[in-house]
Design a binder for this molecule. Sequence first.
Ligand code: PNS
Length: 182
Amino acid sequence: TFPAQRTLTRRARLSHYRGGMSRIAVVPGSFDPVTLGHLDVIERAAKTFDEVHVLVVHNPGKTALLPIAQRVSLIEQAVADARLVGNIRVTSWSMGLLVDYCTEVGASVIVKGIRSQVDVAYETPMAIVNRDLAAVETIFMLPNPAHAHVSSSLVRQVAALGGDVAPYVPRAVSDFLQAPRE
Ligand code: PNS
């Protein structure tokens, strides 16, 4: 048995049993902006892995609403407001491939939320390519079905047309999007 067992947190014990290696998962996305669906997946990942890196990555196929630094800041506020466990780090990556970030921080797993078969079809080629590129596995997690219809693109559209996005996003995001602009 491990001598200092009682004084360690459960997470530290688990990582010790695995030979000191903590399991890091990356939750990547555009997060433009972060939604309640994203937050649900981030929380599930944080309960499953020792450490979770929420990574804002540029998606070359999408036109952005918010600057990357703003997206990072909104995720940080949402994670803090939701009082999620302390093993979540929020950052961004613009230096190239997502798997390069994973390799750099020693993450062997990417976590993605799956709302429907459409998401499976969209995510599968990326997951296979990421595995080919750097042996990084992708794990699909099922968010609460209450969020199944929520997407960042829908939130962007509703916000742009003056609708209320509060039911779909963390408080920090709705406050930010609905704040009066000059
Ligand atoms: O939230 P999204 O837009 O569906 O996330 C897609 C994202 C940003 C994770 C994906 O576009 C991505 O991984 N971009 C980084 C570039 C890269 O590594 N491409 C090859 C992997 S398929």
